[in-house]
Ligand binder design. Structure first.
Ligand code: NAD
Length: 365
């Protein structure tokens, strides 16, 4: 079977880390005998420079015709011109909307060998293993009215938190399906005490969980959750929440892993069972401060390729083998600069990619 994978390297360190993820997928083809058809598209600032828009209809069509999209990063100071509305990140917004990528999955875990890289104490982060499910195409970032206007008393602006029960139900289902293969625990985060939309969110989440009798669903207020995530992160298994809360809490949770360079993500258009089209990218941006230096950590991109194998291609064994190879290289003491500490071996972006691929290829059976 041939799988079609669209590759959008993007800007800054996007191309550097995506190259390492591609190397990984090529090694998967070889070891497991699959056929992947990689097709390149241009996005972000690179697309603005070459084609005048952050993403063209052709690139969008390429993604629509693919089983999965591997994305690097978009943006950078070069395109931070306030006098134009053209922003590299619009490529991502358009992809999310047009491909209906409504569920953003961010696995966050602590790595015992990187304990010292987290600002939290090792005894707090050790054992943390959470999947966040953030609603990605609704809520405050898209709800109407959304506008700014002048009044006789001065300027005003409004954004709207707007959710339909269908939008809530489908993302909560994603969380419950994920929990079924984990520790069977879902925490739904809302602001029930202050927002009407949160009351609907809580009600629908409870209704959906009725179809999953083996899953324990609890609700937590966003302010309590913000504190509990730092005080006792090990209590959480799957966390589901709205677009804006998810945006904020997933960055907060990144401190558990020690570096942005360790965190992958998947944005899915359906349930994480079987095969669903998705976009896979590291959670970090284009990191202009280290672009071209060959020091970016490619592990988030490589781990994103593992999520691609699992959720869009249904290749679980292959995904686990990739994740184990990453773990094994970290256990051997190899580190890129962002996770380096005394007594470990510092390696470049490419060397880290080669080490993980080498570890993966050396495994037989
Ligand atoms: P960033 O994630 O690019 O960088 C934040 C810090 O983390 C920097 O010091 C950077 O060097 C470091 N870092 C990030 N990834 C790393 C890696 N793989 N290895 C080692 N260090 C790493 O965030 P930023 O600086 O706020 O944003 C830079 C640009 O990226 C902006 O234009 C922003 O809009 C864009 N951005 C894009 C995305 C995306 O494409 N999904 C996400 C976030 C930011």
């Amino acid at each position: 079977m041939t799988y079609r994978i669209a590759v959008l390297r993007g800007d800054g360190i996007g191309p550097e880390v995506t190259d390492e993820a591609l190397k990984m997928l090529q090694a998967v083809q070889q070891r497991f005998g699959h056929e992947f058809c990689f097709e390149e598209g241009i996005v972000g600032g690179a697309s603005i420079d070459a084609l005048g828009v952050p993403i063209t209809d052709d690139t969008l069509a390429l993604c629509q015709d693919s089983d999965a999209i591997l994305f690097g990063a978009a943006g950078g100071p070069r395109w931070d011109d306030a006098s134009t509305d053209l922003r590299p990140e619009q490529a991502l917004f358009r992809l999310r909307k047009e491909l209906n990528l409504f569920a953003n999955l961010r696995p966050v875990r602590s790595y015992p060998m990187l304990d010292d890289k987290s600002p939290l104490r090792p005894e707090i982060v050790r054992g943390a293993d959470i999947i966040f499910v953030r609603e990605l195409t609704g809520g405050l970032y898209f709800g109407q009215p959304k506008k700014r206007w002048e009044t006789p008393e001065g300027r005003r602006a409004v954004d709207s938190e707007d959710y339909s029960e269908q939008e809530i139900a489908r993302v909560v289902r994603v969380a419950c399906e994920l929990a079924a293969n984990r520790r069977r625990n879902v925490v739904s985060v809302d602001k029930f005490n202050a927002l009407i939309s949160s009351r609907l969110w809580r009600q629908v989440a409870t209704e959906v969980s009725g179809a999953y009798p083996d899953i324990e669903l609890t609700h937590m207020l966003a302010d309590t959750f913000a504190m509990q995530l730092i005080v006792r992160p090990t209590q959480f298994d799957v966390v589901v929440t709205t677009n804006m809360f998810g945006d904020i809490f997933t960055d907060e949770a990144a401190v558990l892993s020690g570096s942005m360079g360790m965190l992958p993500s998947a944005s899915l258009s359906g349930l994480p069972t079987g095969r669903t089209r998705g976009l896979y990218e590291p959670i970090h941006g284009s990191a202009p401060d280290i672009t071209g230096k060959g020091i970016a950590n490619p592990l988030a991109a490589i781990l994103s390729s593992a999520l691609l194998l699992r959720y869009s291609l249904g290749l679980n064994e292959e995904a686990e083998a990739v994740e184990q190879s990453v773990m094994s290289v970290l256990e051997q003491g190899y580190r890129t600069s962002d996770i380096f500490s005394e007594g470990t071996t510092r390696v470049s972006t490419r060397e880290m990619g080669d080490l993980v691929v080498g570890r993966f290829a050396a495994h037989k059976g």
